[in-house]
Design a protein. Structure first.
Ligand code: CU
Length: 389
């Protein structure tokens, strides 16, 4: 475990090495699954995302700052004094649109000390409604360090390649460490807003601001990040700058003046839990085997459209058998963009965003293999049968 306050060069090297190891280990352990990509949010606004049922999801955010007047940045591991601010975040999906989780920060300012724990429940009852793709979520947590019941109401919309996020946060007894020690905490309300703008398939820029609008006086909190999707994996990574200390609801709602923390964050979804569940569930295993082997879909003459749902980084019907003249419509249920791209170069859907669809009519009998360009481990087949067969 990383010590609460680590102000030595040796400590910095140890933390860097541990982080790199942890990152490598979790990357290796994680199979493709859904997870909240950083390319869909900002450093401090996690939006309305919830982990999918029985999936464990890990996010690690690390911030640091250099102390002293004459710090040589190029010599950071040998002479500079580095102060570390890691936040660990785990989420577990209960059912569709609901999860439990916790944040743990070893360095905290809002509570005036170290070891800030925040367990929480998050529910997202509204997903991608209206043309703008409006989603809403409610999060209720308890900040153990400041003994405060904290909550967040979050909203997001997705006009084009942009995700706009907003949140209202309430605290029953917040920001003790920001105020005079004698004054203690108090009820408080904070507002936050941010945006993530996608530049390319794998790259986006994001930023957010938050401020306590009722309660103790604090500086505006801000963050900015360059967010990167790691090609061929469900993982994302970011390089960030900010003026906040910890990742809890209180932590990301108040900044510290001109202080600038630099850092990075990565997200790792684990799909193992869901897989283990399927081993002891024969009916589910059978259903999956049937989908792997192929599925005969009878299409009515007046309704020649067959839907393929994209979810959890896979195509819902791995092999689809349809008569000529069928329109196949891909529906993206994932929080990230996918494509349906012909292996033989016959067609390319280009990016199908979250909640979007794309369709193509298949007229010629034959076997059509396709894949997803950002995630080549995703593949599927459309078999167009001979007329009358
Ligand atoms: Cu994909």
């Amino acid at each position: 475990m990383i010590p609460p306050t680590d102000t030595t060069a040796t400590g910095a090297r140890r933390v860097a090495a541990a982080s790199a190891l942890l990152f490598a280990a979790t990357l290796a352990a994680a199979a493709p699954a859904d997870g909240q990509p950083l390319t869909e949010r900002t450093p401090h606004l996690h939006g309305t995302w919830t982990s999918s049922p029985r999936n464990l999801h890990f996010q690690f955010s690390h911030r640091f700052r250099l102390l002293g007047d004459s710090v040589d940045v190029t010599d950071v591991f040998s002479s500079a004094v580095v102060q570390n601010f890691p936040t660990f975040n785990f989420n577990y999906g209960l059912f569709e649109g609901a999860m439990v989780g916790f944040d743990y920060s070893t360095n905290s300012r809002v509570a005036g000390g170290a070891n800030e724990w925040e367990p929480y429940v998050k529910v997202a009852p509204v997903r991608g409604v209206t043309d703008a793709g409006l989603s809403l979520s409610v999060k209720g947590g308890y900040n153990g360090a400041s003994k405060s019941a904290d909550g967040e109401l979050a909203a997001e919309i997705r006009p084009g390649p942009v995700v706009l996020l907003g949140a209202v946060r309430g605290f029953s007894d917040g920001f003790k460490g920001v105020r005079d020690a004698e004054a203690g905490g108090q009820e408080a309300l904070a507002l936050a807003a941010g945006a993530n703008v996608r530049i390319t398939r794998y790259l986006s820029v994001a930023g957010d601001v938050a401020d306590v609008v009722a309660g103790p006086d604090g500086d505006l909190a801000w963050s900015a990040g360059l967010h990167v999707g790691i090609p061929f994996t469900p993982h994302t990574f970011s390089i960030e700058a900010s003026n906040v200390y910890s990742g809890s609801l209180q932590g990301v709602s108040v900044g510290d003046g001109d202080v600038v923390f630099w850092g990075f964050e990565f997200t790792v979804p684990f799909s193992g839990f869901a897989r283990w569940g399927r081993i002891v569930s024969p009916s589910t295993a059978r259903e999956e085997a049937r989908q792997e082997a192929g599925e005969e879909v009878s299409v009515r003459r007046e309704d020649r459209v067959v839907e393929v749902e994209i979810g959890d980084f896979s195509f819902g019907r791995r092999t689809l058998r349809v008569p000529p003249g069928t329109v196949v419509r891909w529906v993206n249920r994932d929080p990230v963009a996918h494509t349906a791209t012909s292996d033989a170069g016959l067609w390319d859907s280009d990016l199908i965003g979250p909640g979007e669809t794309w369709e193509r009519e298949f007229t010629e009998p034959g076997r059509y293999e396709y894949h997803c360009t950002p995630h080549p481990f995703m593949s599927g087949t459309v078999v167009v049968t001979e007329p009358g067969s």
